[in-house]
Design a protein around this ligand. Structure first.
Ligand SMILES: NC(=O)c1ccc[n+]([C@@H]2O[C@H](COP(=O)([O-])OP(=O)(O)OC[C@H]3O[C@@H](n4cnc5c(N)ncnc54)[C@H](OP(=O)(O)O)[C@@H]3O)[C@@H](O)[C@H]2O)c1
Length: 352
């Protein structure tokens, strides 16, 4: 199945939230679950949205929650996630814990009627994703994966080019995401118990690029290397598609890469330049013409405000699922990652 970009979304992205909705029906009380690194960055962007109220920070440690709340401007601090979900004033929770806990924490929030924006990787495996979707439906409560790249103007432009057919058929996707990560066996990047390894953390982005442009592969082949903790450190993935298209995808914590994605068509190519998951430039070449560069203006934040604004638009509209980042994309992504893991021998004890 191939996903299409919807014209209205492009309009949405170049407007601020006030212009998009026209009428802002509500200010939403946001809570953060897990006060780590990405939660700080996300909060900085959340602050730029006029209909988002920085309401509660929840951590496993009250002290950490208090420091986080004070430094970033949240009204309340909770020393446990359970206390936070029992606060009737919390509307929506951003889950920023390690992958290993996304399912458990999403279920906790959904079962307390809290809308959920959960970081990628959405869970550890397909079975966990199914549980999360069931909980969303059972509780009639909003759930979306925080896949911010889906909302970037540069990425939407690529989808438009693919679907316009102006460069002919898309035949090949090449995408890489690598950086030299400090080796710490306890921390989540290398700790298997926390979903460690490059695949779920950064390999998911090249896979997302191939899924959104070529759909689900018919065949997957991989080569992986592992570090002493048993976590996969580097992985190369080759995907084949029913109509003969191919994808070559790489992720690694062992070295730096240019972090680009190139889409090759019958009559040209398009490249999301460094860093392809939120780039400000896109290179475009059509056979017989000069290569050109399309530039995208940076918004008010890192780009996380786009997904957060979209969540509130969905809530305003009474939706429990986004049309733009539907749960089928999250399910398909995880199904592919399960197949990659099986081929590469990547194990997550307790989550297989
Ligand atoms: N979208 C993006 O651009 C992006 C970027 C980076 C990371 N992420 C995603 O965000 C998630 C968190 O990444 P991060 O880099 O922010 O990680 P991090 O700095 O390690 O923070 C994770 C937080 O989760 C909480 N937590 C709950 N249970 C835990 C456990 N058993 N062990 C460790 N921490 C636990 C902790 O907060 P408390 O102690 O406060 O409870 C911790 O600070 C990951 O799923 C990652 O893939 C997304």
């Amino acid at each position: 199945m191939k996903y299409t970009s919807i014209g209205i979304h492009k309009t949405y992205l170049f407007c601020n939230p006030k212009q998009i909705t026209g009428i802002m029906t509500k200010t939403y009380n946001w809570a953060i679950l897990g006060c780590g690194k990405i939660a700080r960055k996300f909060t900085g962007d959340l602050k730029t949205l006029p209909n988002a109220r920085l309401f509660a920070a929840a951590s496993r440690s009250l002290e950490n929650a208090q420091v986080f709340a004070f430094e970033l401007g949240f009204e309340k601090a909770y020393g446990s996630y359970e206390e936070m979900v029992n606060d009737p004033e919390v509307d929506v929770v951003y889950i920023a814990s390690p992958h290993s806990h996304h399912c458990e924490h999403s279920l906790l929030c959904l079962n307390h009627g809290k809308a959920v924006l959960c970081e990628k990787a959405f869970a550890m495996n397909f079975g966990e994703v199914r549980q999360m979707i069931e909980a969303s439906r059972k509780n009639n409560t909003f759930l979306m994966e925080a896949f911010w790249t889906r909302f970037q103007p540069s990425f939407l432009k690529v989808l438009d080019i693919i679907h316009s057919g102006e460069l002919g058929a898309l035949k090949m996707v090449r995408s890489d995401f690598a950086f030299n990560a400090d080796y710490n066996p306890e921390k989540r990047l290398y700790n298997v118990a926390l979903g460690g390894g490059s695949l779920l953390d950064i390999g998911i982005y090249p896979i997302f690029m191939s899924l959104m442009s070529l759909g689900k592969p018919s065949e997957i082949k991989t080569m992986a290397s592992f570090c002493p903790t048993g976590a996969e450190e580097s992985i190369m993935m080759s995907f084949n598609y029913p109509d003969g298209e191919i994808a070559s995808l790489v992720s690694s914590f062992a070295c730096h890469s240019s972090t680009q994605t190139e889409f090759s068509f019958e009559n040209g190519f398009v490249r999301l330049n460094r860093r392809f998951y939120c780039p400000t430039t896109l290179s475009y070449w059509k056979a017989g013409e000069e290569e050109t560069m399309i530039t995208f203006e940076k918004g008010n934040g890192f780009g996380y405000e786009l997904e957060a604004g979209h969540v509130m638009d969905c809530l305003d509209a009474g939706k429990i699922e986004s049309d733009w980042m539907p749960l089928s994309i999250s399910s398909d992504l995880m199904e592919i990652m399960d197949r990659v893991r099986k081929d590469a021998g990547i194990l997550f004890p307790g989550h297989d």
